[in-house]
Design a binder for this molecule. Structure first.
Ligand code: AN0
Ligand code: CP
Length: 318
């Protein structure tokens, strides 16, 4: 497997299963990689909240011997302008054309978390923020959840599926579930494109109007009935997302879409997955998330090995 120039989406990798295998070997032979990236530095930039991504990526860097700085732009930084050619006489004090190369001059790798605005579909789906760091920082960029994808989450999801699957080609169901706030499409987009790139069998089930962009879901079976979709499933991956077509809107908050015991009983004794954070008894019932088939904590634990594999390949010599 050749080195990663950036880690922006599944398209950054030649073979997602190879990267997942590397993460698994890092988990099972941690001593072999210890301090292998000593002397290198990483800056993690957060425009939005995070628990898992923030801590697991720092832990991964520590395991490799890297030094890490964390920068919460929203709270501590100058407000950044991303549009070109604007008269900067508003509340944005600094342009990305200066900020990104400055950060690039201090660090070897830069991680960025910048969620979708959910207001401007065009700039969100052009990945304006992530691509500006790629363009102007001069350093490898690690996506910590961008407007349209969350590849570290998807890599950990693939690793966790590989650890738990009992058949060669498991049936995986990505199910929409209700949520009171408007959430991005990044996690489901990304999960879909990784699972399909790994050649697993994917069904996406959602209420009408919640169809994701085909750019990410081509090859998946699309369903509008949880009853039908859950039949024979090996993995249920729950997530809420806002509408892509009626961009950023909540079209349904029907509690009937929550994942409960009765629905799980229709599956082939499926494992339950969610990226976390999750709202209990809104997305999933206590009974399901607390059951022996729930592997949400394994997914979160594996985040450190997913991040370690990505950092290792981003910092590999040519
Ligand atoms: C975010 C989302 O849905 O993209 C982050 C998930 C990892 N979730 C929330 O904001 C609740
Ligand atoms: N799953 C995930 O990315 O969690 P955080 O938002 O807490 O980082």
């Amino acid at each position: 497997m050749s080195k990663l120039n950036h880690f922006l989406s599944v398209k950054s990798t030649e073979n997602p299963l190879e990267l997942a295998d590397l993460a698994l070997s890092m988990k099972n032979n941690s001593g072999n990689f210890k301090d292998s990236r000593k002397g290198l530095s990483l800056c993690l930039i957060f425009f939005n909240s995070s628990l898992r991504t923030r801590l697991s990526t720092q832990k991964a860097a520590f395991n490799l011997g890297m030094d890490v700085a964390v920068f919460n732009v929203g709270e501590d930084g100058w407000q950044l302008e991303f549009d070109e050619g604007v008269v900067m006489n508003g509340n944005k004090a600094e342009h990305i054309k200066e900020a990104a190369p400055v950060i690039g001059s201090y660090f070897d790798i830069i991680g960025i978390r910048a969620f979708a605005s959910l207001e401007n579909k065009i700039s969100d789906y052009q990945e304006q923020v992530l691509n500006a760091f790629v363009k102007y920082s001069g350093k490898p960029i690690l996506n910590l959840e961008s407007a349209t994808t969350h590849p570290l989450q998807s890599l950990t999801d693939v690793v966790t599926i590989l650890e738990h699957k009992k058949v060669a080609r498991p049936k995986i169901v990505l199910s929409w579930a209700p949520h009171p706030r408007t959430l991005p499409q990044a996690v489901p987009n990304s999960f879909s494109e990784w699972v399909l790139a790994c050649k697993f069998d994917l069904t996406i089930v959602q209420p009408k109007g919640y169809e994701l962009s085909e750019e990410f879901t081509k090859g998946a079976t699309i369903s509008y009935s949880q009853e039908e979709a859950f039949e024979g499933a090996d993995f249920i991956y729950a997530k809420n997302w806002s509408s892509y077509t009626d961009y950023g809107k909540i079209l349904s908050s029907d509690p009937k879409w929550m994942i409960d015991r009765e629905k799980m009983d229709r599956t082939a004794n499926a494992f339950f997955m969610h990226c976390l954070p999750v709202r209990r008894n809104v997305i999933v019932s206590d009974e399901v998330i607390d059951s022996a088939k729930s592997i949400v904590l394994k997914q979160a634990e594996n985040r450190q090995y997913a991040a370690q594999a990505a950092l290792f390949k981003l910092s590999e010599m040519e």
